[in-house]
Design a protein around this ligand. Structure first.
Ligand SMILES: [Fe+2]
Length: 170
């Protein structure tokens, strides 16, 4: 399945009784505030040679917060966030983010040194990777809490969905 980023509709809320999702900017404030308080998460960081290491720090009705560590070479591959809004900040180290600016605009590559913040809406797809020489640590917030994520491969015609995973895989 090819994704046309210009026309893909927003994911409808599954449960109309749930609280409305937080905005990307509100999520950005959450990760920024947490990054400024390393006593709340630094002691929980682990590094794993097998894959990115991650732990959920907080789960509320309308958002969740994750801590992720990245060794050099570790990456997510292109993925979405199942319709959740999100934000993340690089607390330690440096990462690189690849994203499609739109069907007409091709691939955008951003260096994300420590202190960088990114915030995005429900349709955002990206690939985040550690291409630096040392480990990195990031803080992420999603609203509503992630319910599923799909993975994509970048091919000549655009991004092609290859798999979907749910919380049971996390
Ligand atoms: Fe992501």
């Amino acid at each position: 399945m090819s994704i046309d980023l210009a026309t893909t509709p927003a994911t409808a809320p599954a449960d109309r009784t749930a609280r409305p999702p937080l905005s990307p900017n509100a999520l950005r404030r959450i990760v920024r505030d947490l990054a400024e308080r390393p006593e709340r998460w630094l002691h929980r960081v682990r590094l794993s040679a097998e894959e990115r290491w991650y732990e959920r720090l907080e789960l509320a009705e309308d958002y969740e917060v994750w801590l992720i560590s990245w060794l050099p070479g570790q990456s997510t591959g292109f993925h979405d966030h199942g319709g959740s809004r999100g934000a993340f900040t690089v607390a330690l180290g440096e990462l690189e983010e690849l994203a499609l600016a739109g069907p007409e605009h091709g691939l955008t590559v951003r260096r994300l040194p420590a202190g960088s913040e990114r915030a995005f809406g429900p349709q955002y797809l990206h690939d985040v990777r550690n291409t630096a020489q040392g480990p990195a640590v990031t803080l992420h917030a999603y609203s509503p809490p992630l319910s599923e994520m799909s993975h994509y491969e970048l091919r000549a015609g655009g991004l092609v969905q290859t798999s979907t995973e749910g919380p049971e895989q996390w």
